[in-house]
Design a protein around this ligand. Sequence first.
Ligand code: NAP
Length: 230
Amino acid sequence: MKTAAGKTALITGGSRGLGRALARELAGAGWTLVIDGRDAAALDAAARAIGGDVTAIPGDVADAAHRADLARAVSGGLDLLVNNASTLGTTPLPRLAEQPVADLAATYATNVLAPLALIQAVLPALRERHGAILNISSDAAVENYETWGGYGSSKAALEQLSNVLAAEEPDVRVWWADPGEMRTDMLRAAGEDADAAPPPEEAAAAFHRGLIDGRPASGRYRAADLAAAR
Ligand SMILES: NC(=O)c1ccc[n+]([C@@H]2O[C@H](COP(=O)([O-])OP(=O)(O)OC[C@H]3O[C@@H](n4cnc5c(N)ncnc54)[C@H](OP(=O)(O)O)[C@@H]3O)[C@@H](O)[C@H]2O)c1
């Protein structure tokens, strides 16, 4: 396996699901990692299970002081930022006619504003190393699934921020990527049949090989396409 000695990644939401699976992939390839999550005990357990050089910093990405802690932890150099932590917002997922607007503001704070603020905090470090940003999106950003309008519109905003950032930052790769349905707590909380979905390790492997190692041009990618292109 190709190793990445000396490379550092910051992955938000590393305590379970896709974030933990991607952290495990990169740790196995020799990356130094910084991960976060709000549940400190779950995050610590994940860091121990991931192994390798992993720093776990508990906190909420929507909290500016926590984001400053994350930025400080990677001040020695950064090659990859993965904005993975995300919320569904109101559950059960409501139709837009019933969407509490205050809930939506909180969803945008976590899914759109926090990723942008983290990008702003670490961009100088990423430019220096010609690094990369991977913003985790969803098919709900581009499809008109009923009841997915709140969460989906937050991911659409994240995608368009990524699109413009890619044009503005030629020295940094910017990928916004749909992992597809995954067997995780989030899909379960959405009321979907999560057990029928593939494990997050499949999307993590596709992102590792197809994006992080392959370094294609900035743009929108789907894990399923990356896996099929092997
Ligand atoms: N699952 C799917 O089928 C699916 C499909 C399309 C896209 N996605 C996207 O894929 C990404 C990963 O989803 P997943 O299914 O792996 O989710 P998950 O299993 O719910 O895991 C989410 C991770 O993010 C952390 N997290 C959540 N809110 C956070 C916050 N405010 N601050 C810091 N950490 C936070 C969680 O830990 P704590 O709760 O302890 O904070 C956990 O580590 C998300 O961006 C999601 O929108 C998922």
